[in-house]
Design a protein around this ligand. Structure first.
Ligand SMILES: Cc1ncc(COP(=O)(O)O)c(C=O)c1O
Ligand SMILES: N[C@@H](CCOP(=O)(O)O)C(=O)O
Length: 431
C-alpha cells in the first residue's frame, strides 16, 4: 500500500518509507492511498477470531507485503499481549479499558507496534542509526520509551513540557536511560511538537541523521490504534444496538484511528471527540473555522493540545465534506470542575474509578445522550494511578501502585533542559 502526503507536494511512498520518514518532506502527514472495507463475514464471525487474528486482518492491507506475513503476525502477537476489557459502568454505558499494557496508557499499542516495525526495517536494510524524535504531553513519551528501550540501531529523543506532566508520567519517560533521552522543554506540548516538525525540515539535521517521529504523525504509531475499536465490538453481547464511541481527544490520533476503523466497516453510529477546555475542534464543529490556540493546562494534561496534528487526517477521511463529518463526529469540551465532579460521581454511584481523561470521555457520552437502543463506550485511555494527585483527593483513598509503576517511581529522573529549537538541534547533531 502506498501513502500520500496530505500537503500533496511530495512523492507517494511505501509503508516502509512512511515509517522511516515519519513526516513527508513537504511537512504533510502521510495517508493511505486506499481503504478497503473488511468483509461482512469478518464482522459476522468476529467473536470467533482471537485479538491477534483481528489485528492482522485490520492492518495487513496497510503494511502489504513489506513485512512478511509470519513476521507481521509475530509483531502483532508481541504488541498486544495484554487485555482490552470492556467493563459495564451503568445501563447502556461501558468503558473500554486501554491501560493494561506496560505503561498503562493506550499509547502502548502504537508504540510497541512501531518499535517492532522499525526494528525489522533497520535489520533488513542494515540502516545506519535512526533517531526517533517524539513530543509528548504525557503518555506518548513513556510508551515510546518503554516500546523502544534497547531496540538496536535506534536512539529515542523525547521532548516534554516542563512542569506539565504528572509525576508518574515524568518518571516513565525520564528514568530508563540506555537509548532513551528525555528533553525537558521550557514551553507547552505544542512547542515540543513544533520543534519536532521543524527538525524534519532542517537540512543540517537531515543531512547527518536518519530522523523519524514516533508521534501519531507516524503511520505505524497511528494505524494500530484501530485495533481496540474492533476488540471492543467483538466483546459486545448485543451487537444490534447502535454503537457510540466517546474518545478523550488531544492530538486526535486516537479518534482518527476509530474513524478509520469505521471506514473498514466497523458499524459505529457516532464518534464523540471529548476534549478539555482546549476546545479547537468543538469550536471548529460549531463555526467551521479551524483556529489553533496556545494550549491551556488542565487536569487531563495529555489532552492539552492547541493545534491537533491529526485533524487534517479526519478532514481527509471525509473528503473535506463538513456535513458528512458532522453526521459521524460530534465534539464537546468540558472544564476541570465538570471532570472532577463526574469522577466523584462515577466512584460513588457506579463504583468505578476513572482517570481525568476517561472522565472527559464519559461526559461526552452523557452530553450526546445515550438511550436504551444505544450502546455508549468511552475509552479509558490511561490508568487512574498515573494521575494520583488528581484522583486520590477525589476518591479520598489511596490507590495501590501497580508493578508497572513501582518499576520506575523510585528511579532518578534524568533530563536535559532546553528552551529553543537551536538547543535541540545542537543536542541531536552531537548525539
Ligand atoms: C490518557 C490520554 N487520553 C487521551 C489522549 C488524547 O489522545 P489523542 O492525542 O490521540 O487525541 C492522550 C494523549 O495521547 C492520553 O495520553
Ligand atoms: N497526548 C499525547 C500527545 C501526543 O500525541 P500523539 O498521539 O501524536 O503521539 C501524549 O500523551 O503525549
Amino acid at each position: 500500500m502506498n501513502f500520500y502526503s496530505l500537503n500533496k507536494k511530495a512523492p507517494d511512498v511505501s509503508f516502509k518509507d512512511a515509517v522511516i520518514k515519519g513526516l513527508a518532506p513537504d511537512r504533510g502527514l502521510y495517508f493511505p492511498k486506499s481503504i478497503k472495507p473488511l468483509t461482512k463475514g469478518f464482522f459476522k464471525n468476529i467473536e470467533y477470531f482471537s485479538n491477534e487474528e483481528i489485528a492482522y486482518e485490520v492492518i495487513k492491507q496497510f503494511v502489504a507485503d513489506e513485512i512478511p506475513e509470519r513476521i507481521l503476525k509475530e509483531i502483532i502477537k508481541e504488541t498486544i499481549n495484554f487485555d482490552f476489557p470492556v467493563v459495564a459502568v451503568e445501563d447502556n454505558i461501558a468503558t473500554l479499558e486501554l491501560f493494561h499494557g506496560p505503561t498503562m496508557a493506550f499509547k502502548d499499542v502504537g508504540a510497541r507496534f512501531m518499535a517492532r516495525c522499525l526494528g525489522y526495517f533497520n535489520q533488513i536494510n542494515n540502516t545506519a542509526k535512526v533517531t526517533v524524535l517524539v513530543a509528548t504531553s504525557g503518555d506518548t513519551g513513556g510508551a515510546v520509551a518503554s516500546g523502544f528501550l534497547g531496540v538496536e540501531g535506534v536512539d529515542v529523543v523525547i521532548l516534554y513540557p516542563s512542569g506539565k506532566v504528572s509525576e508518574v508520567q515524568e518518571k516513565q519517560l525520564t528514568t530508563l536511560g540506555k537509548n532513551i533521552t528525555a528533553i525537558e522543554v521550557n514551553g507547552t506540548f505544542d512547542d515540543c511538537q513544533t520543534m519536532v516538525k521543524n527538525a524534519f525540515l532542517d537540512t543540517d539535521l537531515l543531512g547527518s541523521k536518519n530522523l523519524t517521529s514516533a508521534n501519531s504523525i507516524n503511520v505505524a504509531r497511528w494505524l494500530p490504534q484501530m485495533f481496540y475499536f474492533f476488540f471492543a465490538y467483538k466483546q459486545l453481547k448485543n451487537k444490534h444496538k447502535q454503537i457510540v464511541f466517546s474518545v478523550p481527544s488531544g492530538n486526535f490520533g486516537n479518534i482518527c484511528a476509530g474513524l478509520m476503523a469505521q471506514q473498514l466497516g466497523l458499524p459505529v453510529k457516532q464518534f464523540i471527540a471529548s476534549t478539555n477546555i482546549n476546545d479547537i475542534i468543538p469550536n471548529y464543529m460549531n463555526t467551521g473555522v479551524y483556529q489553533p490556540k496556545p494550549s491551556k493546562q488542565t487536569i487531563s494534561n495529555a489532552m492539552d493540545v492547541g493545534d491537533p496534528s491529526n485533524f487534517v487526517r479526519i478532514l481527509e477521511i471525509f473528503k473535506n465534506n463538513s456535513s458528512k463529518l458532522k453526521d459521524t463526529l460530534s465534539s464537546y469540551s468540558f472544564t476541570d470542575n465538570e471532570t472532577k465532579e463526574v469522577m466523584k460521581f462515577l466512584y460513588e454511584k457506579c463504583n468505578y474509578i476513572t482517570d481525568p481523561h476517561g472522565a472527559v470521555g464519559y461526559l461526552g457520552l452523557k452530553k450526546y445522550g445515550i438511550d436504551k437502543e444505544t450502546q455508549g463506550i468511552f475509552l479509558e485511555t490511561a490508568h487512574p494511578v498515573k494521575f494520583l494527585d488528581v484522583v486520590s483527593p477525589i476518591i479520598t483513598k489511596q490507590i495501590e501502585l501497580p508493578k508497572q509503576i513501582l518499576k520506575v517511581i523510585h528511579k532518578e529522573k534524568r533530563a536535559i533542559n532546553i528552551s529553543t529549537y537551536e538547543e535541540l538541534k545542537a543536542y541531536v547533531l552531537k548525539s
